[in-house]
Design a protein around this ligand. Structure first.
Ligand SMILES: [Zn+2]
Length: 300
């Protein structure tokens, strides 16, 4: 069976916003610490000696936008109307066409969720690149090695870049298709993270951390992207026919994605990848995806 082989490559799959994945990424703007000016709109006749002045400077904790993002209370991902065409993963054009349909389904499902998180979703674009000729796809420059896809933001929106040749010549076309779908769902998970601000603010969580600490934060981000992808697939399991044998294949795939197949500990173990995805598939709720507050052993 081809899956384990492919999955060895898929392991490092995913992938990150180019800027967000760099362990030593420079911190963004310095955290402002505004001072509070007491506002007394109406004149008080008597001097108020007892009113305490704020003694603590107000600090804006940007990490708060990651840990307490409204996405976690936005409710369940909806099942959306979307009919999938007969998939064609035998050519670049076929893969891009199918991925665009998948992404359109995800746009429909995630847009209201993102709005309930006080943000706005701009649909991402889809591109396919070749590791042999990356320059042919300027939208997907500098693809990471050992990865079947990656997400980044440039211009006005996010871009999902797929290494299309990885999906050619599969021994098991059904498993290949499910693998492709879960990969697109993962990359879309990064787009949701970006849309609600998590991907932008997560650099704050990296600040001042050791290399090991930064890798842990990266794993939290990656496991969350897979978790969000699984929440979508669970909510739309009928559309994707994810039941019976096909669901078994999906479960096997998500339990075989992990750092065991990589040299960098930035995506999480197989066990934890399976934990977050299988749970979110069942709940269909991003509330199940707050990897940023999970104990370290759940994001190892
Ligand atoms: Zn990823």
């Amino acid at each position: 069976m081809k899956i384990p082989n492919r999955l060895a490559v898929v392991a490092a799959l995913c992938v990150l916003s180019v800027s967000a994945c760099a362990p030593n990424s420079s911190p963004t703007a310095a955290v402002p610490t505004p001072t509070l000016t007491p506002t007394t709109s109406t004149p008080t006749p008597t001097p108020v000696a007892v009113v305490s002045t704020p003694s603590d400077p107000i600090s804006i904790d940007l990490a708060d936008g990651v840990i307490h993002n409204k996405l976690y209370t936005a409710g369940k991902v909806p099942a959306v109307r979307c009919s999938l065409p007969r998939p064609d993963l035998t050519s670049k054009a076929g893969m891009v066409a199918y991925a665009k349909v998948l992404v359109a389904c995800m746009d429909k499902a995630w847009a209201p969720m993102v709005e309930r998180s006080d943000a706005y979703l701009v649909p991402p674009e889809v591109f396919a690149y070749s590791m042999r000729h990356p320059e042919a796809t300027p939208e997907c420059l500098d693809p990471p090695a050992n990865s079947d896809a990656f997400y980044h933001w440039s211009g006005m929106t996010g871009k999902i870049c797929l290494e299309w040749e990885e999906f050619l010549d599969a021994d098991d076309p059904v498993a290949n298709l499910i693998d492709f779908e879960q990969l697109v769902a993962h990359e879309y998970g990064h787009h949701v993270q970006r849309s609600v601000g998590i991907l932008t603010l997560y650099n704050e969580l990296m600040r001042g951390k050791s290399e090991a600490g930064q890798l842990e934060v990266m794993r939290r981000k990656e496991l969350q992207a897979s978790c969000l992808g699984a929440a979508f697939l669970g909510a739309n399991k009928q559309t994707f026919a994810l039941s019976g044998r096909r669901l078994g294949i999906w479960r096997s795939i998500v339990q075989h994605v992990g750092d065991e197949y990589s040299t960098v500990r930035d995506h999480g173990s197989r066990k934890n990848h399976g934990y977050w995805t299988i749970r979110a598939f069942a709940t269909t709720n991003p509330a199940s995806c707050n990897t940023f507050t999970a104990p370290a052993k759940r994001v190892s």
